[in-house]
Ligand binder design. Structure first.
Ligand SMILES: NC(=O)c1ccc[n+]([C@@H]2O[C@H](COP(=O)([O-])OP(=O)(O)OC[C@H]3O[C@@H](n4cnc5c(N)ncnc54)[C@H](OP(=O)(O)O)[C@@H]3O)[C@@H](O)[C@H]2O)c1
Length: 252
């Protein structure tokens, strides 16, 4: 069955790979970017199939979430699946910078990495519950992080935001299951994207690759394949799961 799917943060990196994996499987995608409209247009234009949409908007505010969600629903004529992939990683250790730097990093990180997915999940649940054919097949998939479990010494706000996102996913799996709606997440380790790349250069890159017995980090397509499976094919009995996608670099 073809699904209509909103993928946030799909202008590059993991999100663009998720959009490609979903379109290759025959689904219709709303490709979202926060600011880089040109990148989102390029990704959408390269997708196989037809009917894909482009939606641009900053998700750090509730108004931005409402606007992005409404445009995706409008352009695709309804949504079956939401993939919350957009995220930020701003280094702010507890040992450096001012209190104001610390507070600003926390607020920005929580707004984008946790509040935005929470708001979009709320909008998606309302959309699924109100549509005339009922919510059958509705899915929420969130992109979390290994950092929620392993710790993020240089960016505790990021680790906390992703731990919150995992907890949000599991709470929604419980509350939405009676309505036939699925919720799950992935927890990737390091991935070779613009976000991951600075840490992957030089000595720190050697150490990071060695965290996995495969001695490398993930390609975006490896995370994307897992997300696409959860978003469309995974048995509903996997609802509530958080899948580690970290090359055995952190076993829990
Ligand atoms: N890379 C890694 O090592 C790694 C590891 C674990 C988990 N993850 C998670 O995987 C997801 C994707 O990461 P990535 O590596 O692909 O990152 P990326 O290359 O930096 O892409 C991030 C995407 O999020 C969008 N975005 C950022 N801020 C936004 C905002 N305020 N409003 C709306 N959209 C916004 C960006 O769009 P614009 O630039 O157009 O604003 C971009 O499309 C994130 O949730 C990240 O935390 C990544």
């Amino acid at each position: 069955m073809n699904s209509n799917i909103l993928v946030t943060g799909a202008g590059r990196g993991i999100g663009s790979a998720i959009a490609a994996a979903l379109a290759e499987a025959g689904h219709t995608v709303a490709v979202h970017a926060g600011h880089d409209a040109e990148a989102a247009r390029r990704v959408a234009a390269a997708l196989p199939g037809s009917g894909h949409a482009v939606v641009v908007g900053d998700l750090a505010s509730p108004e931005g979430c409402r606007q992005v969600f409404a445009e995706a629903v409008d352009q695709l004529g309804g949504l079956d699946v939401l993939v919350n992939n957009a995220g930020i990683f701003r280094s702010q250790p507890v040992t450096s910078g001012s209190f104001e730097d610390w507070e600003a990093a926390w607020r920005q990180t929580i707004d984008v990495n946790l509040m935005a997915p929470a708001n979009l999940c709320r909008l998606m649940a309302g959309h699924l519950l109100s549509r005339s054919q009922g919510p059958a097949g509705g899915r929420l998939v969130n992109v979390g992080s290994r950092g929620a479990y392993r710790g993020e010494p240089d960016n505790p706000a990021y680790g906390a935001s992703k731990a919150g996102l995992h907890a949000l996913t599991q709470s929604l799996a419980l509350s939405l299951a009676p309505h036939g709606i699925f919720a799950a997440a992935v927890a990737p380790g390091f991935v070779d994207t613009r976000m991951g790349r600075p840490a992957l250069e030089g000595e720190s890159g050697v150490a990071i690759r060695a965290q996995s017995p495969f001695n490398r980090v993930a390609e975006p397509e490896e995370v994307a394949a897992t997300v696409a499976w959860l978003a469309t094919e995974a048995p509903i009995w996997t609802s509530g799961t958080i899948i580690d996608v970290n090359g055995a670099s952190h076993l829990r």
